[in-house]
Ligand binder design. Structure first.
Ligand code: ADP
Ligand code: MG
Length: 598
């Protein structure tokens, strides 16, 4: 069959102009345009339905991206990220002069009354350009043969009639122009482009270096950590912002492949406290450390606030479900003899949820745990001398984290960073104490140790000799049912924090290191992929996650979807595990070593 060309698309659009909306189905297919190929993968069936999925592919002979812009993984991911942002920037404003992005329409999910074309999502052009992070995503692909961008278009309608001429303008003029201006190396600001990819490469290099130099996190001098508002992730722009300055005794100089030498505060392995008065910037520092598992775009302020990849934020999350987790390192002797080596509940308390969150993170490989007093259960964190006297150990199921934080490091090499403004008892177990003083960190380890020696807490250590065993769990495939009504598979992610998996909602509200709703979409699909491919009743959750990750590394995120989609971003294994653990139907097999009786 002859390959279809732009003229064929124009002819088709003229033919269906004024017909019922479903006639748009006829334009699905592949068209040779000058300089690129347009793929109309899926035409929406209704002006109010999710917009139509399309791709453009520009051969490298025309795109001419130099090999060094994508020759390693870091650069490739960063280049794709950069191009998605360029594509987004070139989307022309709507007829009445208000660009979509300025009208509060985020991503491609929003519904709108557009004036580019008419009813429903008419006239929308959107690409998944991401936020402050540079994530591996499916919006743009680059290899030595071509550059591909995936986007959606709201096909124009008046009422429910095809507006063929408007569509012609969008597909033949607007898209061509966007492609020309954003997907050809020669038309881009190469200095900015290289700055973007070299930065991401440096961020990865720094993250990989941390472990080798005994650090778990690094925050460069001059970093801007506070965010614009509680709901905006852009840097706080105000003359009162205090740029980050490392205390001299924690300052490290690190040499990066592109940037050269940078200096900043290194947080060593072990147990680190962040102390200081209320409102002095403790949580802000911790939040930057949490987000330091991701790379950030130039100008973010956190470009060189970098944390080891296996860092997991831990918080209490009462009400969550827990499925057969051995929380006995922390909780024992619950009322009514509930077994904590095999603990399940449909409604966890603050402390049991926090214990389960820790064990689940360790189960899948966490190497650094992050705590903020603001979101921790007090009775889980500390039990002081007076309380020990009043409530006997036998009557208190909880072994507080203060008694387990050291064994966790000595037994498993897992470090902790804790924001603790309210309890000096932690001085005894800390290796490093950082005090935030009007947003400036000071190393007060020596002072804290002196105070600890002078004012003994006299509390009894309750943690036992070891942390305790972390037992792998085996998820059972049958407990994951993606069906809804007549549909065998229906997985509907809703925004950042929830996934309707079959008929069950997975609540991710407290998964603080989930940063992009495209990650959430990928998680929904990854659960199904894991169930179908790897849950065989023998593999542990951790093994399954590793296999899924390996497949993604090898074949890209596309393996999760059965069709090309442009709005998926790579989740970490910890957030994927968190979603699985929060599926209320989850069933696992937990191997409990039988006690040998002689
Ligand atoms: P804490 O946890 O110690 O109570 P927060 O980290 O919540 O304090 O910070 C309190 C306020 O100060 C927040 O509104 C935050 O945006 C702001 N802030 C944090 N760090 C800085 C900084 N370096 N410069 C200016 N303002 C900051
Ligand atoms: Mg705080």
């Amino acid at each position: 069959m002859r390959r279809k060309r732009q003229e064929d698309l124009v002819r088709e659009l003229n033919r269906i102009d004024g017909r019922g909306y479903k006639a748009y189905r006829d334009i699905e297919g592949e068209y040779d345009f000058s300089g690129f190929t347009l793929y109309i993968d899926h035409a929406q069936s209704d002006p109010y339905a999710p917009p139509s999925r399309m791709r453009v592919r520009v051969p490298q002979e025309i795109a001419t991206f130099p090999e060094d812009t994508y020759h390693n993984k870091s650069r490739n991911v960063a280049l794709c990220d950069y191009l998605a942002r360029c594509f987004h920037r070139q989307i022309p404003p709507l007829e009445k002069g208000i660009p979509l992005c300025k009208r509060g329409i985020e991503g491609i999910q929003g519904d709108l009354d557009s004036d580019r074309g008419g009813t429903g999502k008419s006239g929308l052009i959107s690409i998944d350009k991401g936020g402050q992070e540079i994530l591996e995503r499916t919006a743009v692909f680059v290899n030595s043969e071509f550059v591909e961008a995936r986007f959606v278009v709201g096909l124009p309608a008046r009422g429910r009639r095809v507006l063929g001429r408007q569509t012609q303008r969008i597909l033949c003029q607007d898209i061509s122009k966007i492609v020309e201006l954003s997907l050809r190396f020669g038309n881009l600001d190469s200095q900015k482009l290289y700055q973007h990819i070299e930065l991401a490469e440096d961020q990865n290099a720094l993250r990989n270096l941390l472990d080798k130099i005994g650090l778990v996190a690094f925050i460069a001098d001059g970093s801007i950590l506070p965010r614009a508002t509680g709901i905006h992730d852009t840097p706080l722009k105000s003359e009162n912002v205090v740029p980050f300055q490392s205390p001299p005794s924690l300052r490290k100089k690190i040499s990066l492949p592109n940037r050269g030498v940078i200096s900043g505060m290194g947080i060593p392995r072990g147990v680190t406290l962040i102390v200081g008065g209320g409102y002095h910037g403790k949580s802000t520092v911790l939040r930057a450390i949490e987000r330091g598992v991701y790379n950030h775009i130039p100008g973010d302020g956190r470009e060189f606030a970098i944390t080891v990849a296996d860092a997991v934020k831990i918080r209490s999350e009462d009400g969550r479900r827990v499925e057969k987790v051995d929380i006995s390192p922390f909780i024992n002797n619950l009322p009514q003899e509930k077994d904590t080596r095999n603990f399940s509940t449909d409604d966890a308390s603050g402390s049991t949820s926090q214990a389960a969150n820790i064990i689940e993170a360790l189960e899948v490989g966490a190497k650094l745990l992050l705590f903020d007093e603001d979101t921790s259960a007090t009775n889980f964190m500390i039990r002081d001398q007076r309380m020990q006297k009043l409530v006997a150990k036998a009557k208190e199921p909880i072994t507080p984290f203060i008694d387990k934080v050291k064994p966790l490091y000595t037994d498993y090499g897992v470090s902790s960073i804790l924001v603790i403004g309210g309890s000096g008892d932690y001085f005894d177990v800390a290796d490093t104490v950082i005090m935030m003083d009007e947003f400036v960190p000071r190393n007060v380890t020596t002072e804290a140790k002196k105070i600890a020696a002078k004012h003994e807490t006299k509390r009894r250590y309750e943690g036992g000799e070891n942390f305790g065993e972390i037992k792998p769990r085996i998820p059972l495939a049958d407990s994951f049912d993606p069906s809804r009504g007549r549909r065998e598979v229906k997985i509907s992610p809703k925004g950042l924090h929830s996934i309707l998996f079959g008929t069950h909602n997975i609540d991710l509200s407290y998964i603080e290191q989930l940063v992009d709703s495209s990650q959430t979409r990928a998680i929904g699909e990854a659960i199904l992929y894991a169930k179908r491919k790897y849950m065989d009743g023998k593999r542990t959750l951790s093994e399954i996650l590793s296999l899924v990750q390996q497949d993604i590394v090898k074949n890209g995120l596309d393996i999760l979807s059965y069709r090309p989609v442009g709005d998926r971003a790579l989740p970490r294994r910890y957030e994927l595990a968190a979603a699985i653990n929060r599926l209320r139907t989850l069933e696992v097999f937990l191997q409990i070593r039988a006690k040998i009786c002689v």
